[in-house]
Ligand binder design. Structure first.
Ligand SMILES: *[C@@H]1O[C@H](CO)[C@@H](O)[C@H](O)[C@H]1NC(C)=O
Ligand SMILES: *[C@@H]1O[C@H](CO)[C@@H](O)[C@H](O)[C@H]1NC(C)=O
Ligand SMILES: *[C@@H]1O[C@H](CO)[C@@H](O)[C@H](O)[C@H]1NC(C)=O
Length: 201
């Protein structure tokens, strides 16, 4: 595994998480034969008494070839003030400790409005426009199905990514009022070398 600056990789991962554009024609460069393969995406909620969250669904598409992940939820009451939490970890074999690429909690309303100060998150929010129907400002409405879906992770779009590694991403929305994470998502993915066969034409 060659070294890559953590920050660079962070940007790449965020871009990849967000950047699947179904119609982009990609000329696969000689160096960029990597893709981010989604293995699993699950959700949980701390809102066991259903004070905030009415329902939620998370998962990955069944098609094993071009896997995407999705998250959908409906709220019982509008949520204005909230925190957004995101952690990106590269698990490593013992005795190495896992590499924490990103571990931030930030104001959710600022993030929705894209006034966030963390460049990675700003970038992510921008690109997310294409994949979600999240509001551009607070609050999240009640009785409305919000979704993030169709994410496909393709490193071909990026400058050289030169490593194979597992990637774990955790993201949560937390109500400031009730202090509970009403929804959390856990993504397991891998940066992996594409086989010749699988490379898009
Ligand atoms: C996905 O993650 C969940 C929760 O950790 C686990 O129960 C399930 O077995 C995983 N599925 C796969 C295919 O790895
Ligand atoms: C992430 O940050 C929180 C709060 O700053 C800290 O408590 C936690 O241990 C950190 N987690 C990791 C994996 O670094
Ligand atoms: C959401 O819908 C339920 C009925 O399905 C209704 O009782 C409730 O008042 C609605 N909440 C809001 C905030 O509109």
């Amino acid at each position: 595994m060659k070294e890559m600056k953590p920050k660079t990789l962070g940007v790449l991962i965020i871009i990849c998480l967000c950047c699947w554009l179904p119609n982009w024609k990609v000329e696969a460069g000689a160096k960029n034969n990597f893709e981010l393969q989604t293995d699993n995406f699950t959700c949980s909620s701390e809102d066991v008494k259903s004070r905030i969250l009415k329902e939620y669904h998370c998962g990955i598409s069944k098609s094993s070839k071009r896997r995407t992940w999705r998250m959908e939820f409906m709220l019982l009451q509008p949520v204005a003030d909230h925190d957004f939490f995101m952690k990106i970890v590269l698990p490593r074999r013992r005795p190495l400790t896992d590499f924490v690429l990103l571990n931030v909690t930030t104001d959710g309303c600022q993030l929705l409005a894209n006034r966030n100060q963390v460049p990675l998150l700003r970038l992510g929010r921008n690109i997310m426009e294409r994949f979600s129907n999240f509001p551009k400002q607070c609050p999240f409405k009640a009785n409305y199905t919000y979704y993030i879906r169709g994410f496909r992770l393709d490193l071909n779009l990026l400058p050289a990514v030169d490593m194979e590694t597992p990637v774990h991403v955790e993201l949560s929305y937390q109500s400031k009022q009730q202090g509970l994470r009403w929804i959390s998502g856990y993504l397991e993915a891998r940066v992996q070398r594409m086989s010749e066969k699988k490379r898009p034409k």
